[in-house]
Design a protein around this ligand. Structure first.
Ligand code: HEC
Length: 112
């Protein structure tokens, strides 16, 4: 028996999350992604934790999965072919914002 798998949110140093875009991304996320990927992008276990996934780091990879359904469709994720480039960018900003929040909370907990 190994340790339980704890997702490790990715916080790239060269990505600055824009609050306006992140808010737009939050609305999209809550409307379309939340029931599978979890509140605040913190996965409940059914679908991957997007904060820890490398895919949203790349616009092209993210688009291929979310708009094109690449790789994920057989596992029950629908494709969102109506999402535009600016919607995907907003989702990327929201996911990185959530990753940063989670990491800060963990750092704070570790010092308390
Ligand atoms: C009906 C449930 C469902 C919904 C709704 C859903 N997903 Fe998913 N998603 C999944 C599942 C299940 C997987 C895992 C597929 C696999 O195992 O390869 C996945 C995988 C992904 C991945 C790949 C993660 C990785 O590292 O492999 C991304 C990125 C993603 N989803 C983004 C989104 C976004 C953004 C939305 C909202 C626009 C969304 N998903 C909505 C179920 C869902």
């Amino acid at each position: 028996m190994g340790d339980p798998v704890v997702p490790r949110p990715i916080v790239p140093h060269d990505f600055k999350s824009d609050p306006t875009l992140a808010n737009k991304g939050r609305d999209l996320y809550v409307g379309r992604c939340v029931w599978c990927h979890g509140s605040g992008a913190v996965s409940g276990g059914y679908a991957p934790d997007l904060r820890a996934s490398p895919i949203p780091l790349s616009f092209d990879a993210f688009k291929a999965v979310v708009v094109g359904g690449a790789k994920v469709q057989p596992y029950g994720m629908p494709k969102f072919s109506d999402l535009q480039a600016e919607d995907l960018k907003a989702l990327q900003h929201f996911i990185r914002q959530q990753a940063a929040v989670g990491t800060k909370a963990a750092a704070k907990a570790a010092t308390e």
